[in-house]
Design a protein around this ligand. Sequence first.
Ligand code: MG
Length: 414
Amino acid sequence: MVIRDIRATTVTVPLQAPLRHANGCHWGRFVRTIVEVEADNGLVGLGEMGGGGESAEATFRAMKEYLIGHDPARLEEMRFLIANPTASLYNNRSQVLAALEFACLDLLGQAWNVPVCDILGGRIRDRVSFASYCFFRYPNPRDGSGEVRAIDQLVAYARETKERYGFTTHKLKAGVFPPDYELEAYRALAASLPGDSFRFDPNGVWSAEQAIRFSHGIEDINNDYLEDPVYGLNGMRRTRQMTRVPLATNTVVVNFEQLAANVLDTAVDVILLDTTFWGGIRPCVKAAGVCETFQLGVAVHSSGELGVQLATMLHLGAVIPNLSFAADAHYHHLTDDVIQGGLMPYENGAIRVPEGPGLGVRLDCEKMREYHELYLRLGGYPYDRDPARPGWSPVLPNDRWANPDDGRTGPIPY
Ligand SMILES: [Mg+2]
């Protein structure tokens, strides 16, 4: 089997409501690039990458020059072909490599009639538990629903998602409002769902002193971890010396060099593995092995996903023995998906690992057409802009917080 063609299509799929974060906002939808790698036997493997548009599609088209005629089983060879570390100063293609790795694994699984997790060592679990991922949200631009700004709105949202999906772990994405307000919000969230576990992520925008102060205010909560309270390994290390809450990261340990640095002089307790940021599912499995050796915690990170990417997270979660925390996913904020059968269902806070060959998901051609057309109509959106605060940007450490009493939303095309 060799690769015969590579196609990339940008789609945008609506979210229930715009998701606010420390750098701006997901403007009511995700923009994703779906990659199809076709083999000479007619099989098509699927990949996915965040963002999109002409430049993303052109990047994947350009990979044809490297990969037409390449055997998809030769995954290590592909890494050096398109993402050699010594060439990556000029063309960092980790995320491109990840999408192509997903597609090649999908091709192999289909050709060998086994699910991807069987290629990665075999499943240890049949379902992967997820956390409810709570965001502060602007209201849906169309019907005004779904706003999360006041603390009672946050508590109601978390209770509703727990009721609907069965989550017993809850994450609050923060770094939007003043830290004292977010502390009050997090404590109210935890108090409203006794017996569950919690995690908090302000996306690295605090000072170490603020991070330490906040961590002291949450010690009595059943915390999984405090995620990226401050940016940088050194800030995390200094925070860690003065807190009793485990620290996690998806920002400052995203490759093996950084993982080694963290082992040699530990700054972070839990490594959040992202199949895109790490360059594929297999690097995440390898990293989980290193974490197992050094007894660092591991969880599955979400950088925003549709069903193809979610399948990579499920196969990763299925094979890692030391997955000691629920995975994160933005998935339950989506209104639809581009895979056949629509959104994958949650059962008791978990999603079944697909059992079909390869990644176990197939594209719904009609949905692909619909959401590609929606992308053509709406275009991209600036992830690091807040529609209600034109000209605003955060600094590090940040002190330019949004006002929780301000109900304005700004123009959001939808
Ligand atoms: Mg994070």
